[in-house]
Design a protein around this ligand. Structure first.
Ligand code: GDP
Ligand code: MN
Length: 396
């Protein structure tokens, strides 16, 4: 689960990470009030208006703008709220902006030039250790830095037995070329950032840019926070921050009825019991020349009601040209599932795409007969390959 920038920053601040301060707003009037409040608290009269959507590259898409007075705050907030923000990380339609973060301008002039760094915390799956990745080349695309100048990206791995050690935080500050106040600020920043990562059971933090201000403060100007969904049960406060408007609507609907559904780009919908078989089915579809339109594990109880809900979800995707149902009848008998499919089909009445059903296991032969005698546009199969061939035939 991902957090918005403002939610991530508030969470980080609660662990002692210095952040660019800001207040979220949903209307231009709220934006102006937020800017006034920030001016009282921080003394700055310039503000940045930042679109709050779950996508990076907002600056490039016109979703981050500087306002030098309250009229500009109102005007820019009015432009950004409600817009469809297109960035290199969104689809071509973009993402609708429902709220903006009004933040203090932290790029003010002073003794030194402000400097932007990159920092992320994530799990190195190769050795099961968390690591901090960082670079002097912050602010811009880290992907480009990784491609063109990979030697400018450093990593620091953390031993789970000891946690982040003080010398490691100092090494990071040193490698970023810092000294004096900024050096101390950076060691504190890194250690509180890592504590936040561990305590919240996060799977990814990406802070780009981490800013060194002209007066040597180190702070998070942006935040991307991904929480581990499997640990959310012990973070009720964070779980409440979920913004379903940012998520795939069909996936949200599926989750509400307890189905494990992941939307994909292909043309063959699939309904399978068991996650492993679902993965194998997706391979099968590819082999047959199709592309899976979704991952869907209907679980153990594939009765008519559940099958109908599943068909309904799959058919919400206009790209679906065929549906492959692949059920292994172990505890659940195939004939019951077949009856469920026939009942659901008749009940829905308007399914326009061909359905191929492969049932294997207990009572598979009775199930096949049931499907074959139903008089519906449903084809049965018992073997994996037979099902693949039938999918291939209907796609041709
Ligand atoms: P992203 O484009 O989605 O990654 O959004 P960011 O939060 O990283 O902001 C994009 C860019 O806006 C940053 O790299 C900065 O250059 C700029 N920016 C952010 N905050 C400020 C600020 O307080 N003042 C000024 N002048 N620029 C800012
Ligand atoms: Mn950024």
């Amino acid at each position: 689960m991902n957090l918005h920038e403002y939610q991530g920053k508030e969470m980080l601040a609660s662990f002692g990470v210095r952040i660019q301060r800001g207040i979220v707003a949903t209307t231009p009037a709220e934006a102006v009030a937020a800017a006034k409040k920030l001016t009282e608290e921080t003394g700055t009269s310039w503000h940045v208006i930042k679109a709050q959507v779950h996508a990076g590259g907002r600056g490039k898409g016109g979703g981050v703008k500087l306002a030098k007075n309250l009229e500009q705050v109102e005007e820019i907030a009015g432009q950004i709220i409600g817009m469809n923000l297109v960035t290199p990380q969104t689809s071509a339609e973009g993402k609708k902006v429902h709220q903006v973060l009004i933040a203090e301008d932290v790029y003010y002039p002073g003794d030194n030039e402000p400097e932007e760094y990159y920092m992320s915390v994530l799990l190195n799956r190769a050795n099961g250790r968390n690591m901090i990745m960082y670079s002097t080349e912050g602010g811009m695309d880290i992907e480009t830095v990784a491609e063109e100048t990979p030697h400018l990206i450093f990593t620091e791995e953390i031993d789970p037995a000891t946690g982040l050690l003080p010398f490691q935080a100092r090494k990071i500050a040193f490698n970023l070329g810092l000294s004096g106040t900024a050096f101390k600020e950076m060691t504190k920043f890194v250690s509180s950032l890592y504590t936040a990562y561990i305590k919240t059971d996060s799977s990814l933090f990406e802070i780009n840019p981490v800013l060194k201000t002209s007066d040597d403060k180190i702070m998070a100007v942006d935040s991307k926070v991904s929480l581990d969904e499997n640990a959310l049960f012990r973070h009720k406060d964070l779980a409440e921050l979920r913004d379903e408007r940012e998520e795939n609507p069909v996936e949200v609907e599926a989750k509400a009825v307890g189905l494990n559904y992941v939307d994909l780009d292909g043309n063959v919908g699939c309904m399978v019991n068991g996650a492993g078989l679902a993965m194998a089915t997706m391979d099968l579809i590819k082999q047959a020349g199709g592309e899976p339109a979704n991952f869907l594990d209907v679980g153990g109880t594939a009765d008519a009601e559940r099958v109908e809900i599943a068909f309904d979800l799959i058919l919400k995707d206009p790209n679906v040209k065929a549906i492959l149902v692949n059920i292994f009848g172990g505890i659940v008998r195939c004939d019951r599932v077949a009856q469920g499919i026939v009942d659901a089909y008749k009940n829905m009445g308007n399914i326009e795409v061909p359905i191929i059903v492969r049932l294997q296991g207990t009572n598979a032969d009775i199930a096949k007969e049931l499907i074959d005698n139903s008089g519906l546009d449903v084809q049965s199969a018992i073997e994996f390959q037979e099902a693949a061939d039938k999918v291939q035939a209907v796609l041709a």
